[in-house]
Design a protein around this ligand. Structure first.
Ligand code: C5P
Length: 398
């Protein structure tokens, strides 16, 4: 599932290699990608829309307008695409891409691409492939940032042998995955994440704690790591089996230990996420020996713990700083106050009263609040999915 959550648009031009694209779509789906397909009208002579729509799970688009009169929005398609794979890319399509000719939906979508990466797999007869103008057009496209998946040497449909065969679908997918891994958006970034509860000791065998499982913070640390960052995770008692290998772990117990660990790492970090459920108070005096059971009533004197995030916010230089808020009433107002007070780039709010949200669950339901008052509501989802959405917001700030 190396392309999980990736939106892949496959653009098919009219070349005989189009017969391999159904296999390519299967492989993309197997890697977890969401797939949509555009074809030139001629391409449908080589591969049927029915096959493509059945395998991709989406209607196949080819014209600007459908028979029912609805407009196929190339701008929306381009914005949707994380990856636009043109395969096979014929001489005609490559030349139009290189020279700004836009006479079909596939090309209009190509020229509307913004954030997504473009890959193209040329396929044509050998003399067409080695023609000067093809070489120049490919060079021009590479200069614009598109990635060539070069044609291969071998037997061609014309009966000739030479360079011009489209790269095999499995190799295309491997090349895209390799390229994506080499260009992960957080490569070289140092991240510091806190997760889990803190345990505030009462005596050698007892503590004050909370029900935090650390799952949300761990999911965020994992998602940052998957985007290429190096990650240090400062954590209270959590299930370490959920943590990806490759993360640096700094286990702690109390809030004061967490503060020490976070402050030691803060200046080196580019991105800091405080997802831990830090205990607000700790026992003033910690018993050296186990407290004996005697009176019917006892009272514990508590003192306030340091607000770790508040202090980090004061020290913040160029770091992106993100906090969490767990609110049971007036959630937006209270969270906004915290975001401003703690000098955060954004804050993630959860209300544990919502079904499937908060501590211990594998799911959560959050809202992300930004300083410009934008609010992104994230419906109930797996914590791993929410983590990826939060990390995408961080990437967008970079
Ligand atoms: O003020 P409140 O505790 O609601 O703020 C929550 C945010 O502050 C969380 O990101 C939490 O990890 C952090 N926090 C902290 N130190 C504390 C209490 C909370 O860093 N003592």
């Amino acid at each position: 599932m190396r392309l999980r959550r990736k939106n892949v648009l496959v653009g098919i031009s009219a070349g005989i290699a189009a017969y391999k694209i159904p296999v390519l779509i299967r492989l993309l789906k197997k890697e977890g990608a969401e797939v949509r397909v555009i074809t030139t009208s001629e391409a449908q002579n080589f591969v049927t829309p029915l096959t493509l729509s059945t395998l991709s799970g989406n209607p196949v688009l080819s014209e600007f307008y459908d028979k029912n009169g609805s407009w196929n929005n190339h701008v929306e398609l381009a914005l949707w695409s994380d990856i636009f794979l043109l395969a096979p890319a014929t001489l005609n399509t490559l030349a139009k891409m290189a020279h700004g000719i836009c006479d079909n939906l596939l090309l209009a979508t190509y020229f509307s691409m913004k954030k997504g990466k473009i890959y193209f797999a040329p396929a044509m007869d050998l003399d067409m492939y080695k023609h000067d103008s093809t070489t120049k057009n490919i060079q021009m496209l590479i200069k614009t940032g598109a990635v060539e998946l070069p044609a291969q040497n071998g037997k061609l449909a014309s009966g000739l042998s030479g360079f011009g065969r489209m790269m095999e679908p499995s190799e295309i997918i491997q090349k895209i995955i390799d390229h994506q891994l080499d260009n992960l958006p957080l490569k070289g970034q140092k991240c510091l994440v806190s997760a889990g509860p803190t345990y505030e000791p009462i005596d050698p065998v007892r503590y004050i704690g909370n029900y935090s499982s650390g799952k949300m913070g761990v999911a965020i640390a994992n998602a940052l790591f998957n985007k290429g960052a190096s990650v240090t995770l400062v954590h209270g008692p959590i299930d370490k089996n959920l943590v990806l290998s490759g993360l640096e772990l700094r286990p702690i117990q109390s809030a004061e230990e967490m503060q020490f660990a976070m402050e030691a790492e803060f200046d080196k970090a580019d991105i800091v996420i405080m997802a831990a459920a830090v205990a607000d108070y700790r026992p003033k005096n910690v018993g050296q020996e186990k407290m004996k059971k005697s009176k019917t009533e006892i009272s514990l004197e508590l003192v306030k713990n340091p607000d770790i995030l508040l202090n980090l916010g004061k020290r913040k230089k160029s770091q992106i700083l993100v906090g969490f808020a767990l609110e049971t009433q007036d959630e937006f107002e209270n969270a906004k106050k915290k975001m401003i007070g703690k000098n955060l780039d954004f804050i993630v709010v959860n209300n544990p009263k919502n079904e499937g949200a908060g501590f211990e669950h594998n799911t959560n339901q959050v809202s992300i609040i930004f300083p410009n008052d934008k609010i992104k509501e994230v419906p109930k989802s797996q914590k791993s999915e929410i983590a990826e959405i939060i990390v995408d917001e961080i990437v967008a700030l970079k």
